[in-house]
Structure formats: C-alpha cells, structure tokens
Design a protein around this ligand. Sequence first.
Ligand SMILES: *Cc1c(COP(=O)(O)O)cnc(C)c1O
Length: 389
Amino acid sequence: MSERYLLMIPGPIEFDPAVLRAMAITTPSHVAPDFIAVFGQALDDLRRVFLSQVGQPFVVAGSGTLAMDMAAANLIEPGDKALVINTGYFGDRFAAMLARYGAHVVEVKAPLGDVPPMDEVETALREGGFKVMIVTHVDTSTGVVTDVAALGRLARKHGALSVVDGVCATAGQEFRQDEWDIDVYLTASQKAVGVPPGLALLVASPRAIEVFETRRTPVGNYYADWANWLPIMEAYQARQPSYFGTPPVNLIYALAESLRQILAEGMEARFRRHRTISQAFKAALQALGLEQVPVRPDAAADTMSAVYYPDGVDAGLLGRIKENGVVVAGGLHPAIKTRYFRVGHMGAVTASDILATVGAVEKGLLALGYEMQAGVGLAAAQEVLANAD
Ligand SMILES: *Cc1c(COP(=O)(O)O)cnc(C)c1O
C-alpha cells in the first residue's frame, strides 16, 4: 500500500514542504547570530499573526498543553477565582489545571455542540471577584467556535483577565488580539500555525504581564515561570544572545518560515480561505445527509468539522476513508466518542484537499452501503468553492 496519505485531522496537519525543509538545516548554536535573527523575527511575526502590536510573545519547547499550563501557572495564585467557559474536552483540562494551582474554579458549561448562553456567562461574572476567564476558541472535541470578541468584552466589563485557548484556531479562525482586547492567546505549533509538534506559543497583553509581575507568591511551576522566560524573549526580540533552557533551534527555523508564509498570504485572506474551505466541506456533509455536532451553523468552526456517523455506519468508516487516501480522526468528546468523527481543515489546506476528502468520505459511505448518490457531496462543495472565487 502507498505511503501517500492526506492528513486531515485537527492536528498535526499537513505541513508545507518549505517549512519542513527549514527544519533540516544543521543545528547551529542557540546564540549564533543567524539563529538570534531568525528567533527574533519569529517573535515579531507571531505578534503580527495574533494581530497584536503590544503583546509579549513567548515561544517555548512543549506542546499546546504547556501553553495552557503557562497561562494558568503564571496568572493564578492560590485562592484566586477562575471562570471556565467549558465547551468540551479542553475546557475540562483547563479547569483541572487551574485547580492544580489552587484556583477556585467555577464553570459555565455549554450544552453539547453549543456555546454557553451569554446571559449565563454574565450572571457568573457578575458574582464578582474573578481574576481570569478561560475560553476555548475552537473546541477540538466538538468543532464548536465561541464568540471570543463578545466574551472578552464581558470579562473586561467585570474586571477579569481573558485567556483564550486558540490551539485549534490560531492562524485559521478569525482573531484580533489587540482589537478584541484579549489578555492571553495561546496555541501550539502543529495546528493551523503549520509547524511540526513541539512548540508552545502565546502572546500576553501588558495587563497580563503586570498581573504576573505583581504576584504575591512564586509561580508553582519552575519550567513554565515567566520570570525565567521573559528575559529570554526580550533578549531575542532585541537580537541579543541569552539562555534559560535550550530553545528547539530547528523547530524555530520552521516556525519562522511558516509565520513568513502566513503573513505573505495575509491574515484577512487567510481567515477567508479557512471560511470558504470549511463552508465547502460543511455543504458537502449536508448534501450527503450527515449531521454535524455543532447545533447551528454559526456555532461551527472554520478550522475543523465534527460529524455524526449516519444510521447504519460506525467508526469502520474511518478505515474506509483511509483506504481512499485520507486520514481523518475519530471522536474525542466522552459523551459521544463512538458516534462521530472529526476532520481538520486548517493551515496549508487547499480546495483540492477538501475535495479529495469529500471524495474519500463518499467512497467510504458507499462501501458501507449508505444510501446516497455518488458525487452529491462533491457537487455541493464545488459550488461553494466556485462562488468564492
Ligand atoms: C490540541 C489542543 C490542545 C492540546 O494541545 P497539545 O499540543 O496536544 O498539548 C489544547 N487545546 C485545544 C483546543 C486543542 O485543540
């Protein structure tokens, strides 16, 4: 069997060949002038991708979970109140993490496949005293997107810092850190940022840094402590050598190349491309009679889709889709784990990739005896793509 598969999961994604080639250099010293220039550029460009001019970028070896841990460890002191807007799997993880650092955690839970009602969020915030509010931008277990701009406004109104987990969203789903006044936006390299796994990325607002700097207690996590990393990031931004923990030099070359590509496309064009490709895929799903986990179109993300198996079809569909050259992901949300599958469409994804994916889903469904007319999904996707040109 061929080794050529199209990887369409919600991370890791298909990486651009130039990004992979950028990693393949012989590893220079982490204080070599060329590397300092590349790391400095990557930090400057990360801010541009987050649409922030005033934020402090951090790039640290680790996965997205470390970026979450950094936000929690540096902003929370024992006894602080934290509000988690919980839309699924990663909201649960954030709540557990905050509690580990001694936070008093209150959760507003969304119904499965939906966002929590704004009035419930406001009622919770009005109770008062919350130091931070945590939001998952795109919940990877449900494909639900939250209204980060509106939630951020609510947090600000009630005096809470806003922390947004953008791991399945950043650089694909629309986000404007300064304009939306979000205090911490965090992600990982392997999703829409388009770099192999291994980098935790975040940008913190001046307000978040100030809250960190006026802590009364030391950060309860040595590796994640901003006191260790802030001077390092500032040094690379100033194109100066420095050391705390050895940076993943080759991955940072790849990050610099991917951020360069992202900015060359332009953020507005990139948001539009993700929207169009997502709508094409979702139109195909609808034409095939498949139901999505997000309960309304405006609750559905642009970077991924979560789809119920139709009657008579089960997780065996995943193998059939793979036989047709495309890898998609199984379920993640514990309540419906075996009843749905997930497709990532972010980063370097193209219109042709999404058509290949629709074609593979159609062939898989046909092989399992699902009643449908071959090509109806493809036609629906093509129509969306054609109208967007
Ligand atoms: C993938 C993901 C994470 C975890 O990232 P890792 O790199 O796997 O640690 C956290 N939050 C969201 C929304 C994700 O999609």
